[in-house]
Design a protein around this ligand. Structure first.
Ligand code: C2E
Ligand code: CA
Ligand code: CA
Length: 683
């Protein structure tokens, strides 16, 4: 309630109303003061008028005259001394009478005691009566003196009679004056009380206005402080990363841009934490956060020691600015950072051995560009980082001419890819999937190939570029369409039931509309849905698991199969297996490569085989290159495989021409039978 009023006061209208009220209050108090003060003054003037009338003195003068007459009567005559005294007393009484008269005249004219008019009339009347009586005494006395006090008894009797009359009149006058004084005293104290009341009113109004002002002032000060705090917090959030406390990308860009504009030497190092996703999945968010904080701290210390600064530029990426361009120094810095960041990080009893990859570039390497310099250095540093990651974990790459060429190639690749897809320049290569025991082909995996500038673009690079540029969605849709059409056509013409596996980037699972393509191609080409397998590789970080599993269940409703690709690599972990329900598990070739030498690899393979069995998943082992590997896998009860041993990826037409097949069609209705045909291939 109170705060509503205060809020109202703070508005323009509220302030105006409050000002008016304060002015009115002050005016009213001022008027009250004025009235009370003039009341006090009036009564004081009136009192002054009456008190100085000296009526009491007249009484003693009359008494003195009486005593003189008594003395004369005792002696029996009036001696010259007594006569002189008598005459003097008469003079004084005359003066008193005149004095009272003048007072009365003034009293009638300018006495401001208006409220007591009634008493004023009485005072006037009694005063005039007293003056008349006193003058009568003087007149009587003068007559006695003129008679030479011949008949002393008569003269003194008459004079004493007049004196008694005069005393009564004076008493009456004094009485009336006393009453008037009382009235005036009452009025005086009423005026004083009114003054005190108005003083309180005024003080109250001033106190209220002051308290209101103080409150508004306090609110203003607190509000400003709060605003300042909020502003500095917002500024912090806008310029710093809250988790690691190091500057964020925005601040980094500002500072680097201004350093570049001043022509300062500049190098940028992009630092990416290796296997960060795995740390997150296996050790939990708290540990992952601790790693980020610790790496942030270490990188910052190293960067600042070299006169540079650091920022967190992405999820698990840091960027360092160094005010130098010497390649030797850059090299040294990269090594120092990799070594420093490799020290273990411990939290809550767990320990992680992190590693980082670094891409570095300096402004001298930028060359001529239409892009802002900052953006260009970031791009080439990013490309160097990408190259470092391709080289393996814990590596660093400094951008140079060779990389620059690759960078340019990559750029033109991104530019050409959309047209290549439209112009059907991408080719479908097939690699067979076989029963390990018999080497019989039951299906194929479709792999993309792009013939460009007289060579074939390495698929891993193509896919990475396509994923980064978002073109992967078109590329995969194209491959899905081509491969399904091809296999369906082949099966129909030869009455076989080969299955086809198509690779789908996990990006599709996050961008739903691509899913529509699957039922569309199935119905367009009439391939039985269970002959289509979608191999999903988690090449991008999947955080939104709800979305992913929702997308997968939509896909499975079409009746096609889902395979988890590259199981056993950094990305496709057990966490992935738990979150996704799939029909097939493809074991990555890196595990098979070690099967003969590493007991660890064997233990993992056996465990995965059991796990997949319990989850009722079909297992396909990739990368089988030698008979010895195939034999070991058979001993471990693996059934299906894929690898150079059975055939390299080759153009679809080549493969399909080579497949020797036998009839596999239903004798009754002539339909193609889904499932595994009994064909063998000559690889
Ligand atoms: P992937 O899906 O794991 O495909 C198998 C890769 O292993 C193929 O590489 C294949 O040539 C290779 N490979 C097969 N057998 C052996 C073997 O015995 N030894 C060795 N060392 N390698 C073997 P490729 O064709 O270079 O493709 C690389 C990756 O590119 C694929 O790995 C897949 O993830 C991706 N990819 C290829 N085509 C497509 C596509 O159309 N869409 C998407 N999204 N990704 C694709
Ligand atoms: Ca695959
Ligand atoms: Ca694979």
């Amino acid at each position: 309630m109170l705060s509503t009023w205060i809020d109202f006061l703070a508005t323009r209208v509220g302030f105006f109303v409050a000002m008016c009220l304060v002015c009115l209050g002050t005016l009213a108090a001022g008027a009250g003061f004025h009235r009370a003060a003039s009341g006090i003054q009036d009564t004081q003037v009136a009192l002054e008028n009456h008190r100085s009338a000296k009526a009491n003195a007249a009484l003693s003068d009359l008494l003195r005259l009486t005593i003189i007459l008594h003395d004369a009567r005792l002696v029996g005559h009036v001696s010259p001394e007594i006569g002189a005294e008598f005459s003097a007393a008469l003079d004084i009484i005359h003066v008193r009478a005149e004095h009272i008269r003048t007072r009365l005249e003034r009293f009638g004219k300018d006495d401001p005691a208006h409220a007591v008019v009634e008493r004023k009339v009485y005072v006037q009347a009694s005063g005039e009566a007293a003056v008349a009586a006193l003058l009568a005494v003087t007149r009587g006395g003068d007559a006695a003196i003129a008679s030479g006090f011949a008949d002393l008894d008569k003269v003194s009797g008459d004079t004493l009679g007049l004196t008694t009359e005069a005393r009564r009149a004076v008493y009456q006058y004094i009485d009336e004056t006393g009453r008037l004084e009382e009235q005036l005293e009452i009025r005086h104290s009423a005026a004083l009380i009114s003054l005190a009341r108005w003083t309180w009113v005024f003080l109250g109004a001033i106190t209220l206005a002051g308290a209101g002002c103080l409150h508004l002032f306090r609110r203003e000060v607190l509000g400003r402080k709060q605003r300042e705090r909020a502003e500095s917090r917002a500024e912090y959030l806008a310029y710093f990363d809250t988790l690691t406390g190091v500057p964020n990308r925005v601040q980094f860009q500002d500072r680097v841009t201004s350093a570049l504009s001043m022509g300062s030497p500049a190098s940028i190092l992009l630092i990416d934490i290796d296997n960060f996703k795995e740390i997150n999945d296996r050790m939990g968010h708290a540990m992952a956060d601790a790693v980020l904080k610790e790496i942030g701290h270490r990188v910052r210390t190293e960067a600042e020691a070299s006169g540079g600064f650091v920022a967190r530029s992405g999820g698990d990426e840091f960027a360092v600015f160094l005010p130098r361009e010497n390649p030797v120094l850059l090299e040294r810095m990269c090594r120092a950072l990799i070594e420093e960041c490799a020290r273990p990080v411990s939290k809550g009893g767990d320990t992680v051995h992190p590693g980082v990859s670094i891409g570095a570039a300096s402004s001298t390497m930028v060359g001529v560009t239409t892009l802002p310099k900052y953006e260009m250095i970031m791009r080439i540093a990013d490309f160097a980082l990408y190259a470092a990651k391709l080289a393996g974990r814990g590596c660093h790459t400094i951008y140079d001419k060779e990389l620059e060429q690759r960078f340019i190639d990559r750029k033109s690749m991104i530019e050409d890819l959309p047209d290549a897809i439209k112009a059907h320049e991408l080719e479908v290569y097939l690699q067979p999937k076989v029963d390990i025991a018999t080497a019989q082909v039951f299906g194929f995996e479709a792999l993309v190939r792009w013939r460009r500038n007289g060579g074939i673009v390495p698929p891993v690079e193509l896919i990475k570029v396509a994923e980064e540029s978002g073109l992967i969605l078109d590329l995969d849709r194209y491959m899905l369409d081509r491969a399904t059409s091809l296999m369906s056509d082949w099966n129909r013409r030869h009455r076989t039931g080969f299955s086809i596996s198509v690779n789908l980037s996990a990006l599709h699972l996050l961008q739903g509309d691509a899913m529509n393509a699957v039922p569309e191609v199935l119905s367009r080409y009439g391939l039985p849905p269970d002959l289509l397998t979608l191999e999903i590789t988690e090449t991008v970080q999947l955080d939104n698991w709800d979305r992913v599993s929702q997308a997968l269940s939509v896909l499975r409703q079409t009746g096609c199969r889902i395979a988890i690709d590259d199981f056993g690599t950094g990305y496709s972990s057990l966490a992935y297996l738990r979150a996704i329900s799939a029909d097939e598990l493809k074991i990555d070739k890196s595990l098979v490569a070690e099967i003969e030498t590493s007991t660890d690899a064997q233990v993992i393979l056996e465990a995965v085989c059991k796990l997949a069995g319990s989850l009722k998943m079909d297992v396909v082992v990739e990368g089988i290159e030698r008979e010895s590997q195939a034999r070991l896998l058979l001993e471990m009860d693996f059934v299906h495989g894929q690898g150079f041993l059975y055939g390299r990826p080759r153009p679809a037409a080549d493969w399909l021409a080579d497949v020797t097949y036998g009839p596999s069609r239903d004798a009754d209705d002539g339909e193609v039978l889904p499932g595994r045909p009994r064909q063998t291939v000559s690889a």
